[in-house]
Design a protein around this ligand. Sequence first.
Ligand code: NI
Length: 396
Amino acid sequence: MNIAEQIKQLAQQYKSDVIAYRHHLHAHPELSYQEHNTVKFVAEQLRPLAIEITEGVADTGLVALIKGKNSAKKTIALRADMDALPITEQNNVPYKSKNEGVMHACGHDVHTSSLLGTARILNELKEHFEGTIKLIFQPGEERIPGGASLMIKDGVLESPSPQSIIGQHVMPLIPVGKVGFREGMYMASADEIYVTVKGKGGHGAMPEMGVDPVVIASHIIVSLQQIISRNASPKIPCVLTFGKVIAEGATNIIPNEVYIEGTFRTLNEEWRADAHQKMKKMAEGIAEAMGGSCHFDIHRGYPFLKNDPTVTRRAKQGAIHYLGEENVVDLDLWMAAEDFAYYSQQMPACFYRLGTRNEAKGIVSSVHTPTFDIDEDALEVGIGLMAWLAIEELGA
Ligand code: NI
């Protein structure tokens, strides 16, 4: 039996255990940077495998090493994230969240349980490959600064240094049984913008006595869009959205200040830095020219995510081999952000999508909604495919 066949058999064999892991994790979700019980559970499952485990990386992260023959030859990394979201689950399932107000609504329970299953398969097959596979279980994907950046700071990409990294994420738009890949630019950087526009409030009937921050803020919102349409290269995708504007005056009251919040997303690190300067300068300039002032604050989020063409092409070919050409789809560029981007900025990386949708079973909800769930057949695909891709990558 060849190795892909052996992996498929093991994936089938471990599927029910992995579903049980997922049910446990799903029922006991923990918010970003609070994944204490989650990581304890991960360690408990890995310990019987007698592989090298390092706990407490970036506090609630864990790293494990599966060493094949000739383990110093090459190292590659596989990554899962473990945190949940502040959402109250509305699914009526036996494994519904027991932690009120917290839910695995982005599938990180799937990623974690899947990587545990992959670990068992790879551990079983370690006589059949050369090199080392580093398993990264990271905290805090959902919250700035991003668990990936903390894991990197804590040395996760050193001793041994992986030559490439692969991550998998659920995708409820792709039917179960299929996976998706994209080379190059894939997901956006995401920065949060917080603006306070100060004027001088007063009676709505006497604007000449004050400085109206509502009008200033309106100009700022409209003008900043010109940075997207006139300064950004048309070749670089870019989005600026202001979703919160607070002016607490009234029909006849001009407030003292207006508060604005927004998000800026793009796929080029140089333009990103340049755009930050330009937006700040324009907002401050407009406020000043109109007699007010403006405090323009940008909280830098994750960088953009790029999939290394070589690693991604290899992984896609591997997926075609493992699942068949009809089950491998091409992904579109996506303006959402993902902290796997930090790894992708440092080393050749591939972030692919695991299809979890099943319309016949009514499993169609988007991630980050209270009714998100997956078709758990995806777990058998996920654990086997990742093991196969890891072995292929080591051999490349
Ligand atoms: Ni996610």
